[in-house]
Design a protein around this ligand. Sequence first.
Ligand code: SER
Length: 342
Amino acid sequence: MSRKPSVLITGASGEIGHALISRLAAGDPDRPIVTLDLNPLPPESAAKVRQAVNGSILDTALLDGILAQYEVDRVYHLAALLSTRSEFSPALAHKVNVEGTLNMLEFAQKQGESHGRPVVFFYPSSIAAFGLPGLAVKAKAGKVGEDEYNVPTTMYGANKLYCEHLGRYYARHYKQLAAETMSGKVDFRCIRFPGLISAETVPSGGTSDYAPEMIHAAAEGKRYECFVRPDTRIPFMAMPDAVDATVRLMEAPRARLTRTVYNIGAFAPSAAEIAEVVHAAFPKPDIVTKVDEKRQGIVDSWPADVNDSAAREDWGHAPVYDFRSAFGEYLIPSVKKRYAGG
Ligand code: SER
């Protein structure tokens, strides 16, 4: 039982969760962290949290138990099926990505009602929320703003876009016909992430995975068949900057926020440019192109870059790593270390 203001992280054993737990445990050690994931937490993360609950966001009895036990005033709802995985099981994706998010928003609403303070709710959306109709439009569109091309082609993108709206509904319009004002108990804050690249973990089930897979395969000395054309371009970000942005948005004064959903960008290399830096860094990487037309179609529907001026103005988004330094100072040295001797 902890009545101390606590943090709840769902999907905590995923890539963002791994990096976020380290950051939160170091930055705010007095705020207990509770995690919820189907998979057990890796031991280094488990050592940093108060309680790691093994279970599903679809299990409302389990959520009620957490609600009774903790005074949660921050939620990081990271659990989701990513874009490639979701195309194989769209109904399951909807259940996890949409019903799961609804459960977590209800959880936050109930927490907010019970302790009387808004629950700050972080929701990671994605460039998958965009859907550009073709390569000519993509080339012309350049840096896409939050409200443009919101016509995703994937189940995952549709799920994310809808949940952005659900979050805005809970924050601003929840039960708008009730006699008393019920909204405002959930302080919903959302970032649309670009493809994320971590040196510590490898992604599973995403469509932007070609970038991290290329680097990790080269470091392990394994052959990599890149599933997109060399000229394919989408925005990417190094994981430390993604976590910085998350923390920065969560700490921003509410009054500074003009939107509930923010694009963030850092760099936007082509697959060929990524392969080039990997070639320069590793002795003999074995990278070949073997286009998967279907996954290529998904990446082609995502923007070449994003306009993130609202994030920069409202809460000071300022990524540390550009393309060269992300690879030269973070990814390549850390990935080399990770696989050294292994
Ligand atoms: N980048 C992840 C994917 O490709 C999540 O948005 O699915």
